[in-house]
Ligand binder design. Structure first.
Ligand SMILES: C[S@@+](CC[C@H](N)C(=O)[O-])C[C@H]1O[C@@H](n2cnc3c(N)ncnc32)[C@H](O)[C@@H]1O
Length: 290
C-alpha cells in the first residue's frame, strides 16, 4: 500500500478504540515517506497495543467461516492469490506449471474461471458475515496487464518450470510429471477483480491501490549491498519460494529432487537478476458492505 495508518489506542468504555494519529504515505524508498520509517514508528508504538483475542477458524476462506453479521472488519494479507484448487482440464499444459507463453488457450480460460468462481464465493461468504457498513481489505499478488505471460505476471514461476525441464532433460524427473503439475495460484488481473466485485454486488469498492515489492524482499534501502550482490539475492529468492512451494512440489515429484531444484533455481534467479531487477505487483482493495 502506498499509505499506512499510524494508530494510537485509547480507552473507551470497556474496550479500546483505535484512533488515527497520523496517516503516512509510503511513496518513496527513503526518508519520511519510506516503508522503513513507517515500520520503525509502528515498532515504537507496538508495546502500546492492548489485549487482543486470537482464534483459529478451521476452514477455507472460500466458504463460510464466521457467524452471520458478526464482523465489522475483515483483512486478508497475501492469501487470496491462492485458488481453492488447481483448475480442471489443464493436463495439456505441457512444460508449464502455471499460465505460460506456450500454454494452450483452454489453460487461460480454466484459470480465469477458477478465479471468478473462487473470488465470487469469497465475496458472498464474507458478505454474509460482515455487518452492513462493515469493511473488507484484501492484499494479494496481482497484475496490471491482462496477458498473464507478460512482465509483472509471476515470471518466477516460469523460471522454476525451466529448472524442472532441465532436470527432466538430465533424466532426474519425468517430463510427463511436469505436464501434469499445475499450481493452484493466480495473479489476478486488476480489471477482472473490479468486474467480479461489481457483478457479485455485495460490496462497493472505496479504494483500490497497487504497489510493487522487490523480488528479493531483503533488497531494500536498508540493505543497499543486496542490489549489487546478485548471488545473495538469488539465494534469498530461492529460499523464499522454497518455503512457499516445497510441500506442493514434494507431493508431486517427491522429496529427493528438492535441494537440487532450489540450488538450480537460485542460479537461474542470479542469471535473471543480472539482466534486470524484478518486482512483484500487488493489489490492495478496500470495500464496504452495502
Ligand atoms: C503467504 S501466506 C500469508 C500469511 C499472512 N496472512 C501474512 O500476510 O503474512 C498465505 C496463507 O494463506 C493461506 N491460505 C491459502 N488458501 C487459503 C484458503 N482457501 N483458506 C484459508 N487460508 C488459505 C495459506 O495457508 C497461508 O497460510
Amino acid at each position: 500500500m502506498d499509505s499506512n495508518t499510524h494508530n494510537s489506542i485509547h480507552e473507551h468504555g470497556h474496550g479500546h478504540v483505535l484512533q488515527v494519529e497520523k496517516v503516512f504515505h509510503m511513496t518513496s524508498r527513503v526518508g519520511e515517506n519510506s516503508y522503513s520509517h513507517n515500520s520503525a514508528l509502528q515498532r515504537e508504538k507496538g508495546n502500546d497495543v492492548g489485549p487482543c483475542f486470537i482464534a483459529g477458524m478451521p476452514g477455507s476462506f472460500y466458504g463460510r467461516l464466521f457467524p452471520s453479521k458478526s464482523l465489522d472488519f475483515v483483512h486478508s494479507s497475501y492469501g487470496v492469490h491462492w485458488l481453492s484448487k488447481v483448475p480442471q482440464g489443464i493436463n495439456n499444459n505441457k512444460g508449464n506449471i502455471y499460465m505460460g507463453k506456450t500454454s494452450p488457450h483452454n489453460v487461460f480460460e480454466a484459470y480465469l474461471e477458477q478465479f471468478q468462481s473462487d473470488f465470487s464465493l469469497l465475496l458472498r461468504s464474507r458478505a454474509d458475515e460482515i455487518k452492513l457498513g462493515g469493511q473488507m481489505i484484501l492484499t494479494f499478488i496481482g497484475r496490471s496487464i491482462k496477458d498473464p505471460t507478460t512482465r509483472d505476471c509471476y515470471l518466477v514461476l516460469e523460471l522454476l518450470a525451466k529448472c524442472l525441464l532441465n532436470m527432466a532433460a538430465e533424466g532426474l524427473i519425468e517430463e510427463a510429471d511436469i505436464d501434469t503439475f499445475n499450481l493452484p495460484h493466480d495473479t489476478h488481473f486488476i480489471e477482472e477483480v473490479k468486474i467480479i466485485v461489481e457483478k457479485e454486488g455485495s460490496f462497493v469498492i472505496d479504494q483500490l491501490e497497487t504497489f510493487e515489492v522487490n523480488m528479493d524482499a531483503n533488497d531494500n534501502e536498508e540493505n543497499k549491498n543486496c542490489g549489487f550482490d546478485k548471488f545473495t539475492c538469488g539465494q534469498n529468492v530461492s529460499r523464499c519460494y522454497r518455503a512457499v512451494l516445497e510441500s506442493l512440489l514434494v507431493d508431486h515429484f517427491g522429496q529427493a529432487i528438492i535441494d537440487d531444484l532450489f540450488e538450480r533455481y537460485a542460479e537461474f534467479i542470479v542469471e535473471y537478476l543480472s539482466m534486470e531487477k524484478t518486482k512483484n505487483f500487488n493489489i490492495v482493495i478496500s470495500m464496504e458492505r452495502k
